[in-house]
Design a protein around this ligand. Structure first.
Ligand code: ASP
Length: 308
């Protein structure tokens, strides 16, 4: 066991530039990221598990209306919120995820319950909602998730016509990856998906190997971006595979796989943590809400790509 640990979080990637965000949005998002980093770092600094740290960080972001997860989730075409989340443990690659849940305040904790209290990996829709009640997870009125800004984004999309679909109209899927003092990694991701989604659309976030992946033999990964392309590339697993089978660092692996996403017409970002304590983030977008903290004293949040 070493005394070192590391944590990286994201709050979504996209066309996020200084002229798009208001001062309040910029400051509010930074404060939210800072609070999430602190929650995850407290677990790790106390000798806790990476799995607990990523869940703790994501729960903070799910409650923060600045991000597209839990409260503040984007709206479906019908004006509802359907939430997706996943969590994965690098020790044994156990994983749990949920898609299209409507009443659970913390979808990431429901994903963890799927992992620990069911024989399954992915539960969806009404069944997942029922499982949440059976597990005693906190349920809320769906209005809890609503914000005026997400409603405005839906109205704008609908005004463009029946077939409008803009995967850039969201920002704010959240995720965390961590390495604990025992050298184990974990990943978690939570999202409302994309504005105006319909037909039970599910993105990459709850799909193990796409938006979320963790393997102690390689690294832990959480993604945000054009979900359909991230699914086709299998981004999370692909980054881990490159790390295992090539000489790539996690930074090289993340950059290479995001270049593949870009070649297929997708955009987005990813965060990565490896069992040796190294961490990375990568994006093809103008910005990604993000933060990193380590036992070495690093603790910083950033939004725009040029913040390094
Ligand atoms: N990847 C998410 C999805 O497709 C959206 C996002 O990250 O903004 O559901």
């Amino acid at each position: 066991m070493s005394a070192s640990w590391s944590l990286v979080i994201h709050g979504g990637a996209g066309r996020i530039t200084r002229d798009v965000l208001t001062t309040e949005q910029d400051a509010g998002a930074r404060a939210g990221l800072d609070a999430a980093l602190k929650a995850g770092a407290a677990v790790l600094a106390g000798g806790g598990e990476a799995l607990d740290a990523v869940e703790a960080a994501v729960r903070v972001l799910e409650d923060d209306p600045h991000f597209n997860a839990g409260r503040g989730a984007c709206f479906t075409r019908e004006g509802t919120n359907e939430l997706d989340a996943a969590i994965m443990d690098g020790r044994d690659r156990r994983a749990g995820s949920v898609a299209g849940v409507t009443r659970t305040r913390h979808p990431v904790s429901l994903a963890r319950a799927v992992m620990t209290a069911s024989p399954h990996v992915l539960l969806a829709g009404a069944g997942a909602d029922r499982f949440a009640i059976e597990q005693g997870l906190e349920q809320v009125d769906p209005a809890w998730f609503h914000t005026d800004e997400r409603r405005r984004q839906l109205d704008e999309l609908l005004s463009r016509g029946a077939d409008a679909f803009d995967s850039d109209m969201k920002y704010g899927t959240v995720g965390a990856v961590a390495c604990d003092m025992q050298g184990h990694v974990a990943a978690a991701t939570s999202t409302g998906g994309v504005t105006g989604k319909r037909w039970g659309r599910i993105g990459d976030s709850p799909l193990i190997g796409a938006g979320t992946y963790a393997d102690d033999r390689a690294c832990a990964v959480s993604c945000t971006g054009s979900g359909e392309v991230f699914i086709r590339v299998g981004v999370g697993h692909e980054i881990a595979a490159r790390r295992r089978f090539t000489g790539d660092s996690i930074q090289q692996a993340a950059d290479a796989v995001l270049a593949e996403v870009r070649d297929l017409g997708g955009t987005g970002g990813t965060i990565v943590a490896a069992p040796d304590g190294s961490i990375a983030w990568s994006m093809t977008t103008a910005g990604m809400y993000r933060g990193r903290a380590t036992s070495g004293g690093e603790h910083r949040v950033a939004i725009y790509a040029d913040e390094g």
